[in-house]
Design a protein around this ligand. Sequence first.
Ligand SMILES: Nc1nc2c(c(=O)[nH]1)N[C@H]1C(S)=C(S)[C@@H](COP(=O)(O)O)O[C@H]1N2
Ligand SMILES: [Mo]
Length: 358
Amino acid sequence: MSPTRRPPIVGRFQPEEVALATRNSGMPLEALRYDVTPVGLHYLLIHFDIPEGDAASWTLELGGLLERPARLSLAQIRALPQKTLRVTLECAGNGRAQVSPRYPSMPWIEEGASTAEWTGTPLAGVLEAAGLRAQATHLVFSGTDRGIDRGIEHEYARSLVLDEAMRDEVLLVHAMNGQPLLPQHGAPLRLIVPGWYGMASVKGLAKSEAVDRPFEGVQQALSYHFRREPGEAGVPCTHMRVNALMIPPGIPDFYKRSRLVEAGAQRLRGRAWSGGGTPVAKVEVCVNGDWRAAVLEPAAASPWAWRGWHFDWQAEPGEHELACRATDAAGAVQPLAPVWDIAGFGNNAVQRVAVTVR
Ligand SMILES: Nc1nc2c(c(=O)[nH]1)N[C@H]1C(S)=C(S)[C@@H](COP(=O)(O)O)O[C@H]1N2
Ligand SMILES: [Mo]
């Protein structure tokens, strides 16, 4: 076979999309082999610049409608009761690049999801100690990374209604997979909100403020809404939608990422998850249009983490399309094609992998 060169590309790429894609790395899909994603393979989403977070001088300000406003050092937070939870995070924009026309933002294809073991103290304990006032209805969480989006200058900040913020699994986290948080994952302290799309898990958490009304910040009130048309009020993005991904089998073409697979017995493997603590009930694999049940591996290590699955495939020579889809215990199932959203949020359409079997 004579070596071939790819033809040069005429025309434009969007430099902003390329810049975002290099800042915000995805999890290479072969890393689905790890139940806990190694720290350096965990996906990243950083809206502005990575702030400097000095562990020695860091404080978390607890303010707003509290009986006893407080300022906690990292050492004080580490001295509180500790909990480690295995949690799958997925960016709400994961799958955006499959939606057409695509929204000018982080061009995720499907790699904006990962799982880590997060260690910290439950937020509820800290808020109880500070004494929430009766009027408090929402908690606003702010990072220190500042920038401009939609023409509005702000710090990255998100809110939760009180009942959500007080759930046992919502943690003030200082360690990821047993190591202190790295700068890009929100050092030295972040919020982790299991079961939700990643935007709720504010990194570099510097302030928690108890308030008596919905938060109107950019990342809460303007962004992270499902909308079919601009100007719609929309529906807030909250829990992750059911999703499954497979490790692309065989070997890739360097540029196209199409796959070459040997004929014969092949075990396809992947992971599936849903949001809000809803377990995955079923995973199916499709080979050339024929859907069959995959084997679910033992239950996930936590209700907040993905679950492994596999499917034994007799690969016949030729061209094939593989796909996988999960159904959760609430009956939610992945759509076969992206469901339209102007910002490309919540696209959990089934993953499709083209393979050549030889
Ligand atoms: N301070 C701050 N927190 C943030 C963000 C951010 O840009 N700044 N991005 C959010 C989004 S959209 C996601 S998907 C997750 C990603 O977390 P990770 O980069 O640790 O995977 O962090 C969330 N927390
Ligand atoms: Mo995200």
